[in-house]
Design a protein around this ligand. Sequence first.
Ligand SMILES: Nc1ncnc2c1ncn2[C@@H]1O[C@H](COP(=O)(O)OP(=O)(O)OP(=O)(O)O)[C@@H](O)[C@H]1O
Length: 972
Amino acid sequence: MTDGRKKAGKPVVETLTMFAQEFVLKQRTEILHALCSSGSTEHLERVLDILLAQGELIWEDYQNIQVLPESQIVGLSFAGCNSNLEEKEEYQSTSTHTLLTQRPSLVSKLLGRIHGALEALVISGHFTSADCDEVRLPVYTPSQQARRLLDHVRPKGELAAKVVLQYIQQKQETGSALNPEKLTPPKEFLKYQKKLSSSVSAQSCFLSTYGGTSHMSLDDIYTEGQLELAQYCADVHGPLGLEDIVGTVGTVNEEADTVLVSGEAGSGKTTLLQRLHLLWARGVALQQFLLLFPFSCRRLNSEHRELSVKELLFQHCCWPDRDQEEIFQFILDHPHLVLFTFDGLDELKQSFSDEKRLCCPTQPAPVHILLFNFIQGSLMKGVRKVVTSRPEAVGPMLKTHLCKEVLLKGFSPSGIDCFVRKHHSDNTVATKVLESLQTNTALLGLCHSPVLCWIVSQCHKELLGCGEGSPQTITDVYLMILQHFFQHQSSLKSTVGLGWFQDHLKTVLHLGQLAFEGMKNTCYIFSGTDLETCGVTENDIYMGFLIQSKDLSSNHGKHYEFLHVTMQCFFAALYIVLSNNMDHSTISKLFEVKDMWETDLTSSCFRACLPSTYQQDCSLQGDATAAETSNLQITATFVSGLLSKRHQSLWLQCCPSAVMEKKIRQVGKCLSKGMQKHFKSIPQPVEGEKKSMHAMPGFVWLIKCIYEMQESRIAKDAMSKLEVDHLKLTYCNIGPVECTALAYVLQHLRNPVGLQLDNNSVGDVGVEQLLPCMHICNSLYLRNNNITDEGIRKLIAKGIQCENFRKIALFNNKLTDACTQHISQLLRTKDDFLSLRLGNNNITAEGAKQLAEGLKFNHSLQYLGLWGNKIGDTGAEALAKALESSKTLVWLSLVGNGVGNAGASALANIIKNSPTLEELWLTENCITRTGVERLIEALKHNIHVKSIWLRNNDLSLEEVEEMTQRESRLVF
Ligand SMILES: Nc1ncnc2c1ncn2[C@@H]1O[C@H](COP(=O)(O)OP(=O)(O)OP(=O)(O)O)[C@@H](O)[C@H]1O
């Protein structure tokens, strides 16, 4: 700090300063972390704004801090930063002084108005264009630009300060400059905007999945997917809408301007972006953005030139017919009016890194460097960016640069209904398809994934005609679409048995090879030469599995891609299974693909089976991308499914059975080995604790592969070696499909386990899928899983029959009084049930009364949690009556239920009589002194109770103090 500080001269200030100094010294590490850990200087700058405004920091000090390199900025200390009273007086009531004292609010008022303020300063002759350039450096965030503007105005004097203040005041009176309607962009800009929006509209009005077979307009088929914030946000109730993706809701890092939409393969990320694009181009959504530039990372992979931002925007999205410079300058000046979207970040050949910084929009660089710098905000700061990716591709480094993350979780049950009805104009057909899904809940579970829902709808004839053999696995569904396309596109109409597969074996192998080679090289777009190399013919293309790539085909001959990348995975799997000249190590290498979390990205083992020239090519790309790992896992899942005995008849006629048997054995061995590795990683339990395993995503994948094989021998074998008491799969993206696989495998466990599935998307369909393994679960944790009364009805019906089942946790779901009669039945019937937790649902007094009916007959329950419901005083009275003679109850929580004094008085009876109760939670229940007196009275008869929680009730401080003294077990 400088020595030019002056003394405050007031003892009180000195004392405070000493305290502050001491505090800063003691908490130095924490303060430094809070100020600097986000990688942005915003927090530090905000603190500086406040210090300047309050006169705790004088201008010279501030300037010194400003010029110090970033690492030394943290040398800021409060030592001697006394108020500079003399200086304060000197500037009293001048505009320059106002710039200082109002600095924090001026910074925010200038956001979105920098351009106008600079213009006013230039016109008034206080600023040169060089001043403007310094303020507008693209490396600055909008708030930093505002601060630099204020910094530059100060030395220009009183009149310049006045201009800025007048400008801000005027703008406030006439409305927000952030509103694009208030802007008057140059004429050429408006023409460009029109051209861009018609190009975006043309690109987004049809769905590509249907390209091979028929056209389907997005309007006709688009169905809302389930969007959720990745991080809990107290302000958000109910589902997110499309506009929320770019809105402020759920923002975790205000300085970042990249939103990530993550979702599994086929969950609808591309389609969602397409919908956003279309709505913007039509002028019905996202109208806060004047321009929207859509990018596909898959296509950006083909751009090998170095480009500047300008070239990237204009060459890849829309070319301005005139006045390029002016249009680009307008974009630079109004970044907050521009939106970039990047689909499939996981498909980019390079993994995200923030090592190479770039901040100049005119400097050419490889496109992935441009993209990474957009995300970090070093380039085109202020432009909103929406990026999509599979979840496993998003590492912690990328996450630090996100404004928020939104999860796309596929269709909800009503979404499936809506999609199927949109898909079939004939209502009778739609109803039949939906009915058949209700009878096959494994398939219904699969339909939560939009791509699978599309296949199932597309293949309704096959589906409705297959009776008993209705599809159960993902492989079954993909085989169904294979058959569907062949039978619809081909002149060979083989109707008998499996003739269709034999008839098209050549096509399968050609497309399979193309898919397989592509997979090895992270290639999803194929040139004519690629097709030729694999022998793909016009007839093969005609079958409809390949579609022409949109914007790449015109320049360099036709290019193709698979209808969907999962289709490419499926064909690659068919090739691995059917090809007779496949390297024998391919399968084991495929299954060795490591978890993204386990080590660095290494699917290189898979590449090792390639010819050496190919390996060289690949090594040029550096590490494997996330999409590669994820797609190889999907391929391995299909390989497992295709080698299932159920599909033997398909390949027996085209492959020697000895070869196939060997492949089956290999897959079985790989799965078993993979499981062993997981089990070995389970740490020994600490004494007194249960042995617990937290599954890694790779565990779920292996389980899905086992399910695809549909061989209980393999499932049994894998599970026989798992020895844990508690299996934790929280935040593992467990939906209905995963539940089906889990139940298939876990039912073979030798000993009962606690199954913890908190914070997933199990839903009612998932609950139903779990039923086959209920007998092995002694406790089931399903917190925050979108479960309704219907799911619970089925769960309880099964649970009642399961001997081991003793505990259930269902907080944060969608339960109402309608489920309590079933739970009541469980309590009445199962006299060894220990724990019931139903917090944060919608249970009222009626529900509590139902539960009480069951509790009257129960002699085992120890834990009952009903916090965050609405049982009120009558509900509490009913429960109290049922529990007052309980000889087992240890813990009861009725937090936040409005039980009031009447409820508290009734509950006092439990205290009076219970020989076991230890804790009673009555926080936030509108209880006054009258209620507490009853509790105190009851406590006189009970020495076992340890604490009664009474925080946030209707008591005065004096009452709290007095009652604490009378009864120390009351916690206020
Ligand atoms: N919201 C939706 N409404 C209607 N159909 C949809 C929707 N979302 C997805 N689909 C169907 O599912 C198919 C796959 O979806 P999409 O390509 O958007 O998934 P994705 O998440 O981008 O997959 P990937 O990660 O593999 O690239 C689409 O082509 C379409 O047929």
